[in-house]
Design a protein around this ligand. Structure first.
Ligand code: AMP
Ligand code: ZN
Length: 108
């Protein structure tokens, strides 16, 4: 089982910030920004390249959760970045589809 599947099932320690029947979000273990959260589908999908038409609503749910978490983190208005790496060439290390939510930089 992949590391993110284990996090979804609660079999690996992680700082989960959101979970429902379809989506789990947890803090990245090696944060690249003050806020760095990973939003993943509970079901294992290798990457966007493996998404099927029936996953369309699930993809929308990932974005809705990311938006809600950005608000919760207090960066909904100041701004944030969403990144999804797809495949080895893009630097995808964990082959379980995930959205990076990054923000909280001091733009002063
Ligand atoms: P990517 O390059 O898009 O595949 O990014 C994978 C991300 O997962 C990296 O930012 C890692 O720091 C993060 N990561 C790997 N293992 C864990 C873990 N056990 N808990 C939280 N984040 C993790
Ligand atoms: Zn998985």
């Amino acid at each position: 089982m992949c590391v993110f599947c284990r996090i979804v099932k609660g079999e690996t320690t992680s700082e989960i910030v959101y979970q429902d029947e379809e989506v789990t979000a947890f803090r990245d273990i090696n944060p690249k920004a003050p806020t760095h959260i990973l939003v993943v589908p509970n079901k294992h999908i290798r990457s966007l390249a493996y998404v099927e038409p029936e996953d369309t609503l699930l993809l929308g749910r990932l974005l809705q959760v990311a938006k809600a978490l950005a608000d919760q983190e207090g960066i909904g208005r100041t701004g944030y970045r969403l990144i999804m790496n797809c495949g080895y060439g893009a630097g995808q290390i964990v082959h379980h589809l995930h959205l990076h939510l990054l923000g909280g930089w001091d733009m002063g």
